[in-house]
Design a protein around this ligand. Sequence first.
Ligand code: ZN
Length: 688
Amino acid sequence: MTESGKISRRQFVASAASLAAVSSLPLGAFAETQVSASAGERTTVQLTDSPGWKDQGIENLSKSPHAKLRDIPVRAVTITGGFWAPRREINVTRSIPTMHDLLEANGRMDNFRRLTGKSQAPQKGPVFSDSDVYKWTEAAGFVLQSGDRPELRAMAEKLIDEVVAVQEPSGYLNTYYQDDRKSLRMLPQTQSTGHELYNMGHMLQGAIAYYRATGDRKLLDTGIRFVDDFLIPNYGPAPKKPIVSGHPEIEMGLIELYRITGDKRQLELAGYILGGDSRIELPERRTIYMFSGTPFTARTKMQGHAVRAMYACCGATDYYLETGDARYWETLNTLWNDMTGTKMYVTGGVGSRADGEAFGDAYELPNFRAYGESCAAIGNMMWNWRMLAATGDAKFTDVMERALYNGINSGMSLDGTLYCYRNPLAFDPSTGDKIRNPWYDVTCCPPNLERTFGSLPGYFYSTSADGLYVHFYDDCELNWHLENGTGLKVVQKTNYPWDGNVDITVTPAEPSDFTLYMRIPGWADRAQVAVNGKAVSGASPGQYLPIRRRWQAGDVVQLKIDVVTQVVEANPRVADDTGRVAIQRGPLIYCLEEIDQPNGTVLSDVAVHPGPHPAEAFRTEFRRDLLGGMIVLHHEGALYEHETSEKLLYSRYRRDTKTKDVALTFIPYYAWANRQATFMQVWNLLLT
Ligand SMILES: [Zn+2]
């Protein structure tokens, strides 16, 4: 395309935003223009969403026929203090604004401006760069759902205006497949690698979160135009052109859009994409890697690119929640069992191979080389949230908690400005790897972490037909209602996860019969529950305890869980963890960082000896001054003393290895590498 052609098209796109100018443009070379004018004048799609935008949760499951639990809106829960409030505050005051500036500084917004003639800068970043802008918008949307922040809203509005302005009259929207790349749009090969629909999936999620915060439909309508004007008329089962989901994500976006518009074609399109289209022939290694392109229901194990697999499972679970298709449910459970039984790290991270950012074989869970991308741990939590909604089964919440407190929480530095892409379980700084960075050219993880912390209140509770589920514990206040409309306030007071005492005050608007489902974490040895001082029997770790009664204003539920230090071993088939143990306290996985140990301690030579009473072998100390305040664990460990010969790569085995005592200090894994990055390990040698 010639330079003049480019300018003309830019002028055209810019003017398409203000429709009045379109009719004065020359036609012919711009056949799309004619379509555009009428498309632009289309009447706005009537939304059939219920409840209204303000009352929708992370997902709107209010009408999903196969959801047992329903989301509450993010704004219904205020996290008032405790463990997560500082994290969420730093997310809003540091992470989201600095990421906005970095997206700007790295040309991600100029990619949009270039198309409206406002910037001469060349396209920057990989094919999926638009998605980073959309994920940032989603993070802003979730934050605004918790309350207005005029400065953030102004920032988001400006960004949205620049996105909306580049939508083509056909509905197409992508800053990469422009100019001479335009001819590549939506070709099967481009769909396989070009992330066009991945970008739009994130755009829909961002638009929906922003709509649920503000009621502003501008970005949402742009997403609807892409789906209704560009995608649905042209792509789908024959005789339309085929789709392959190169990086699953659009499936989730389409189904959440369906939950707002009620337009069944959007759900059906997601189902079609999940089914794969045999007209696009791909080598098997490609469909394994993409976790798409073949029928989802034909999959039998977790494999391929971990984030793709997680997002595909999220979309497939969403599809199940709407359709109840039993084949999907069977496949989802097969995959869940495979992942949690053989392929998930103790941190809730998934994807052990750097090569292809992929799942490994069963029990292939290396520590130093662990990939554990932040996005994959987030995808794991998102998927389990959907499985939980379908069942009310606490085994899914246990996985969410494991990922949230460990493999996700590690992904953002405590000051909110540095991010992990990989989340290894052992680290040797002599490799030169810089583990926390402010920016990655592939910057999928940072805004993903930001949207997750922004949406966190929405994960604390769900409603069911008969009551309320309590999933997570922290200082917080719920102001919402039961599904029968009875107003309900629930206040939690706790130091969770540092201790396991939670006081919950339940205040229904009027005395009401309903069931409060209290989650008893799977890691608990035992738990006691009392209502107004009277014990309630039946609390069982890894389950929800149903408390059915006539609740009155001021009723107090007390949960007491003994939080003790636990020594965890891996399945013997995990070769990397052979002869090793990890330390866990409550939901937190602990690690050793060299910086905390006595001078000269070589961590690879350190062993833990828990003795007959593991909990007593570790002393706890609350350190207010350390890394935002935390409980550290002290342990009299052993340091192997090596003979010179043992520094050889191989030497003769001797039974009488000498050790000497060494005072070890463990910190929670999420906080590692927040000072200088020193040697770190989660799995430590076991001294028997
Ligand atoms: Zn990522």
